[in-house]
Design a protein around this ligand. Sequence first.
Ligand code: NAP
Length: 365
Amino acid sequence: MNDTYFISKAVSLALKGKFNTRPGVNVGCVIVKNNKIIGQAFYEKYGGPHAEINAINQVKRKYKKNFFSKLTGSDIYVTLEPCSKKGKTGACVDELKKYDFKRVVIGAEDPTQNGITNLQRAGYEVINLENQQCLALNKSFFHKAKFKKPFIRAKVAMSSDHKSVFTSKQRKWITGIPARNDVQKLRAEADIILTGSGTINEDSPSMNVRTKKIIANKNFVQPARYVFSNNLKLNWTAPFFRLPGKKVVVTSKKNLPKLPQGISDISVMSLQNKNPISSKDFVKEISKLNINNILIEAGPKLLGSFGDHNLIDEYIFYISKEKLEDKALYFYGGSKQFNFFDNKLFDIVEEKIIGKDKKIILRKK
Ligand SMILES: NC(=O)c1ccc[n+]([C@@H]2O[C@H](COP(=O)([O-])OP(=O)(O)OC[C@H]3O[C@@H](n4cnc5c(N)ncnc54)[C@H](OP(=O)(O)O)[C@@H]3O)[C@@H](O)[C@H]2O)c1
């Protein structure tokens, strides 16, 4: 068994923390002695002990008085460079330096830390595998570190003629249950779910995560729900506002109107008074916060505003086989005319069938 094998093991451990470590990263760790795994763990919840510490602690529990000699001469595999700065917990490099590891093998560099140099200066052999699986684990985190703004995805369910808004009130869904279940995973990956007042007022949505398997984990926290509204004429009785979880109204006003009873954990993000309020200003403000991933689930207007300003990194389309009636609206309401399905602007990074629908992911070039 080689480095690729053990780092893949660490990746599968990291994935156990998926959905539960936002806005933090997913990290897995294995400790290997004489080609045998003696400790393994992952980052389980935001603010909790890091994967490396959990793995070392597992060795301590397993080997009791002998743990130190067990760790001596072992290789520690971590999917992400160990942290060197004190954050919500102590710096992992300080803990690692207590032991005589033969090699520290990492899957990907952490551009926000200095763990590799720190360990090398202390005499450790550090190997960076630059492993693709490890880079994919924390795509939004790396994006934020590089571009200083969150990774912004837009999900759109649409008909075969690319319309996303019914004109008749009769029907609520364009796509089938499997596609909607898939959207639940996108939501669970997001730090923020963002919509516009049009969607709140037309659909009265919940926009929370409801998949039992995901929400059953005690470490799962619902993503914050943000809504853009300049005039604040919102359907405040929508489950979007009533369900538990953080809610934020993005507006040019300073305060919210008097709200009906039963709405808690709601605040205002006040932007400059422009009509409509600027999606660019929003991204500038939100980039100052610890937010890596935003999922937009909005109608043509808000989507158009973000798209026109080139703020969307990834479009996730769920396309049904049906056509909608003539009066139904095209999914994109911006003033720029994009040919989304021509590969000059976007790369198709995924295309698959989900139930009766097609899923296509387009990523900005
Ligand atoms: N198929 C799908 O995936 C999907 C997803 C979501 C929604 N929808 C459909 O979309 C329809 C609503 O579409 P919509 O376009 O009216 O709603 P929207 O894009 O969700 O919301 C638009 C509203 O957001 C507010 N807003 C504030 N700043 C804005 C800005 N910079 N740019 C754009 N809007 C801004 C404006 O209202 P204020 O006056 O309050 O500022 C505006 O009228 C619904 O029928 C819903 O079913 C479909």
